[in-house]
Design a protein around this ligand. Structure first.
Ligand code: ZN
Length: 237
């Protein structure tokens, strides 16, 4: 039976960094994958003079399309929030928008950010909260995966994490993920290809650490697993 995976993320590239392995495995099984991105990531640059928001947003939309083509995903939609604005948005409305997608798509599994947003980014934390709330309200019977860092990530990649400032807080990698993927071979090749398709976000990282380290850096994915809750039990909460 075909299953459906729904991913809900904050910026173009979050889906690729954090869930390519999950997506590729789903597509290899013939499952449906639908992705939602809250913003166009239009402020994701160190050079806003050269890349004003409108221009960068359009570029990131094209880069995302290219990455999703590599991952075999052809169903995607934006929620239309401004990059950097998610923590200030009305949470009930945002959760409602996601709940509407859940009701339409009827996923078997939902994937989003864990509580610390993985990198500590406020948009990530907000989208994780919205999605968790939406799932609790309209689909508690659906499995929820919440992305976290793989065990040992902080220790193994302390030098590169520090050098590139990807993480806003000290990243937490001390939770025991219920699901831990180690990508290798063709699957890791595809993930890296999808990451490289989002050149505006990954170029400086790849150039900085070299491709071999970059592959190890992002070669694992980990998720907290919130098991389905029977609808009657959820209603009692
Ligand atoms: Zn992001």
């Amino acid at each position: 039976m075909t299953r459906t995976l729904l991913g809900v993320w904050a910026h173009p590239d979050d889906e690729t960094f954090l869930s390519s392995g999950l997506i590729l495995a789903a597509r290899e099984r013939g499952d449906r994958v639908v992705l939602v991105t809250a913003t166009r990531g239009e402020h994701g640059t160190d050079d806003p003079g050269r890349w004003p928001p409108g221009r960068l947003g359009r570029l990131r939309e094209r880069e995302l399309e290219a990455a999703l083509a590599v991952l075999g995903v052809d169903e995607h939609r934006f929620l239309g929030y401004g990059d950097g604005s998610c923590a200030h948005a009305a949470e009930p409305l945002a959760a409602r928008a996601i709940a509407t997608v859940i009701e339409e798509v009827r996923p078997d599994t939902i994937v989003t950010f864990g509580p610390d947003g993985v990198t500590g980014h406020d948009d990530h934390r907000a989208v994780g909260r919205w999605t968790t709330r939406a799932r609790h309200r309209v689909a508690p019977q659906v499995e929820l995966l919440r992305a976290v860092l793989a065990p040992g990530f902080t220790r193994r990649f302390a030098a590169v994490n520090e050098a590139f400032g990807v993480f806003m807080d000290d990243p937490a990698d001390d939770v025991d993920p219920g699901l831990h993927l180690r990508l290798e071979g063709a699957q890791l090749d595809r993930k890296i290809e999808a990451m490289l398709a989002q050149d505006s976000q990954t170029r400086r990282l790849v150039d900085g650490v070299g491709l071999a380290t970059f592959r190890r850096w992002w070669g694992e994915e980990a998720f907290l697993v919130d098991r389905p809750v029977a609808a009657s039990a959820a209603a009692a909460v």
